[in-house]
Write a protein that binds this ligand. Structure first.
Ligand code: 5GP
Length: 190
């Protein structure tokens, strides 16, 4: 998606060889017009697939996921991150290792909002090692629902998340694919 790549070039801050900061339009301040186009792009890419629900992880996944759900005219559910959970009976809970925070956290979705048989499209802001996406996919599986696709706004193709998800049989569509962040420079894969 050219507009997204332009925005990353103009406003992305390379924090290290591994981490890109995009808090001016995605992770802190949000560009609604760009989010709308991102939602349209995901809807186009998954147009051949029946989607009943969009699932993401709070908080940075919510903006692109919401616009995708709006475009597909389906509900959005965001998994909540929780430090420790005492009442788990009504929740699907998975442990996810956070790449940016370098710590594990529990992510939870209410059983009420994820019924068995649901076709789920997972959306997230970044793909690094696939921990967040796999965590959400495990929740979908635990509910007896089906992950029909994974939409990623920014894939860091030099990390192994894409390969792991593809190997596990998931269809992954990324709107911008970054080949390298070396020397403070964003190099796109395509
Ligand atoms: P993964 O779970 O695939 O290892 O990492 C993806 C998650 O970590 C995303 O949900 C995102 O919030 C965060 N993340 C990973 N890499 C980056 C990055 O380079 N920049 C930002 N802002 N977030 C990242």
């Amino acid at each position: 998606m050219q507009k997204l790549k332009d925005k990353i070039r103009q406003e992305g801050i390379v924090l290290s060889d591994q981490v890109l900061k995009v808090d001016s339009f995605l992770n802190h301040r949000i560009d609604p017009a760009l989010m709308k186009e991102i939602g349209q792009a995901f809807a186009r890419r998954f147009s051949g697939v029946r989607v009943d629900l969009v699932l993401t992880l709070e908080s940075s996944g919510i903006a692109p996921a919401l616009m995708t759900a709006l475009e597909l005219q389906v509900p959005l559910v965001f998994a909540r991150k929780q430090k420790s959970l005492t009442m788990k009976d009504d929740l699907y809970v998975e442990t996810v290792y956070s790449f940016t925070k370098q710590q594990e956290s529990q992510v939870a979705v209410s059983r009420r909002f994820l019924e068995s048989g649901t076709n789920v499209l997972i959306i997230d802001d970044f793909l690094a090692h696939g921990e967040a996406a796999f965590g959400m996919a495990r929740i979908v599986e635990a509910a007896g629902a089906r992950t029909v696709g994974i939409g990623i706004v920014i894939e860091k193709s030099f990390q192994n998340g894409y390969a792991k998800l593809a190997e596990a049989g998931y269809r992954v569509e990324s709107l911008a694919r970054i080949a390298s962040l070396e020397n403070g420079d964003v190099r796109f894969a395509d």
